[in-house]
Design a protein around this ligand. Structure first.
Ligand code: NCD
Ligand code: ZN
Ligand code: ZN
Length: 371
């Protein structure tokens, strides 16, 4: 029997700070419906297969533009948005927030027009070669300066895949080096540019972002709160734990946990749920990306509860993101219920583009999204 004891209503995330309620065995948590501020939906049969996994729990998501070919122009973003809406399950209320993929030939006026019409909510910077489908990304940052200046003028956020691609830089150092040699110089050269450091993986990143003003934010993924680099490499290589930026040492994971559960408005949820069909991951040259759309909310409830910070889940998953993007917090809610037995999910989501293995946290999770 599950007793319904505590319900958080919109704008009130404080109830669980009362330790008495947790001690009582509170097992239902209701939060404003969360949003995903970094999501890969792909296209075609993959889109069709995985979109319901995000639309089930999330109200909105920032949609990554790294398709093949990438979503570069406003017209392409409008067409992609229409394909997403057409693939939504009947009755689903899910709003894709579109982005443009920044190239060295991006036209600042096209960006401004797409933003003014409300079509796009951000521009995405991929350093060329940094990650999946980033070949059309930026090599020479001076070439995109006019776009950055236009974005600063109109208040349009820049989302960054924050890793340098310099071959000499160790893959575990690429985020920290990006902050020092790319991100900070861009921000200094373009006052007022709003920037989101996507999928933070290091304490260096957490410390940098926390020290900035409100023109700087950062997303943190579900999987980076759970795995460190040992999970990928110890006891056999685990391709489904391989993503970029690659998970780092345990003390970096701890810094991410502290940031996510702090309530600090700089930090918000971006799952970076990035499906690849299994043959592309279980491969001698496997793709980067973890697929977490299906089980993110129960996993987060588990982590926040383990930290004694269930109360901070609202800020992280439902409030800080909209605040950064200047959007309202969702008026609908999502309830999570803690059960006595572990929740089970399918090991794989079957799609027309092949099976996609769901992220396995490696421990039992008792939280479940209530229908
Ligand atoms: N995160 C990943 O490992 N992969 C993402 C790209 C990205 O977000 O860098 C993907 O598109 O597969
Ligand atoms: Zn990325
Ligand atoms: Zn991503």
């Amino acid at each position: 029997m599950h007793r319904k004891i505590g319900v958080v209503s919109r704008g009130n995330s404080g109830f669980a700070r009362d330790p008495a309620l947790l001690a009582w065995g509170m097992n239902i948590l209701t939060i404003p419906r969360p949003d995903d501020w970094h999501l890969h939906l792909r296209d075609g049969a993959m889109l069709q297969g995985i979109l319901p996994e995000s639309a089930r729990d999330f109200a909105r998501a920032i949609i990554m533009p790294n398709l093949v070919p990438p979503v570069v122009t406003g017209a392409q973003a409008a067409a992609y948005r229409a394909r997403i809406l057409a693939a939504l399950p009947e009755g689903a209320a899910f709003e894709p927030l579109m982005t443009l993929y920044l190239t060295e030939t991006t036209d600042p006026e096209d960006v401004a027009a797409a933003a003014a019409s409300g079509l796009i909510k951000a521009v995405k910077l991929y350093p060329a070669g940094a990650t999946t489908n980033s070949d059309s990304g930026v090599r020479d940052f001076d070439k995109v300066r006019p776009v950055f200046e236009k974005m600063a003028e109109i208040g349009l956020p820049l989302c960054t895949h924050g890793e340098v691609t310099t071959p000499e830089v160790d893959i575990f150092d690429r985020e920290a080096v990006f902050i020092e040699t790319v991100l900070d110089p861009i921000r200094r050269a373009t006052p007022g540019l709003r920037v989101v450091m996507e999928h933070l993986t290091t304490k260096d990143g957490v410390d940098y972002v926390a020290a900035q003003g409100h023109d700087m934010g950062a997303t943190i993924t579900t999987h980076h709160l759970i795995i460190n680099r040992n999970h990928i490499l110890v006891g056999g290589i685990k391709p489904h734990y391989y993503c970029l930026p690659v998970a780092k040492r345990e003390h970096h994971r701890r810094a991410l946990i502290e940031a996510a559960t702090s309530g600090n408005p700089h930090f918000f949820l971006g799952t970076d749920s990035a499906p690849h069909a299994d043959p592309a991951k279980e491969n001698a040259c496997g793709c980067a990306g973890c697929f977490t759309a299906t089980n993110t909310m129960p996993l987060l409830a588990h982590i926040f509860e383990s930290e004694g910070r269930l109360d901070a889940l609202t800020a992280f998953a439902s409030e800080n993101g909209p605040r950064f993007y200047g959007l309202p917090v969702n008026s609908t809610t999502l309830s999570l219920e803690k059960h006595d037995t572990p929740t089970s999910w399918p090991a794989k989501i079957e799609t027309g583009a092949g099976p996609v293995t769901l992220f396995d946290p490696g421990f039992p999770v008792y939280w479940q999204v209530k229908d």
